[in-house]
Write a protein that binds this ligand. Sequence first.
Ligand SMILES: [Zn+2]
Ligand SMILES: [Zn+2]
Length: 264
Amino acid sequence: MRFVSFSSGSCGNCSLLLGPHSGIIIDAGVGIRRIKKELEALHLSFSDVSAILITHDHGDHIRSLGSFCKRLALPVWTTPSLHDSMLWHPFTRDWIAPCRQDLAPNVWNPVTEDFDVQYFVVPHDATQCIGFAIRCEGELFVLMTDLGHTTPEAMQWASLANTVVVESNYDEEMLFGGDYPEELKRRISHGIGHLSNKACAEAIGSFLHPGLRNIFLCHLSGNNNTPELAYKSACEALQAAGVEPGTINLRVLRRGVSSPLLNL
Ligand SMILES: [Zn+2]
Ligand SMILES: [Zn+2]
């Protein structure tokens, strides 16, 4: 599997997972023209993409999904309740219906010839928010973004994965000492908002296992975090667990900027 994040955070989320014969886009919160250019720069095109997965119905994850559906007519896989919501959402309502593919719960959904997908629900203040366990050629890729706290199911999946993409949204000192209104601070930190660097580090400590090769930190806040702080916090979790430096590829996925194409 190969992976590239085109952007991660409240400014827009979109990434691509590539198997030997097909690719899937995860979330469509970045403009289609930019994605086209980014693909060309990697000597890829939309013909390498066979499906789209959606985590939830917030604008930073579906802002461009209407144009993806209109221009590419690819199957869009998510839960029935998220699809029902997107039938009415201004970003998606005109184009989503013909692309609709409902993920069935608790089974492997064959999404492309390379990829089987299971989903798990995570706590977040959207209609529903899901993480993905994605299987390809015997490898497991797990993604969880926009989650107020971790759940046993999410940790269970992560503890089986070779690659985990996990939210590391905010530094507690920056959020609570910053100038966000109290209501917004509470919304972010109160269990159905976002995962702090500290909570992310605790999660890493609990899902670490010998088969884990890559940890990518995602959805960093632009105001209440820095890539350095998120990296340091996760790094300390690895050190505390006695992981030898260099054993696990730890990386921060940036806001508005593409990662390299990463071999998983
Ligand atoms: Zn988001
Ligand atoms: Zn969200």
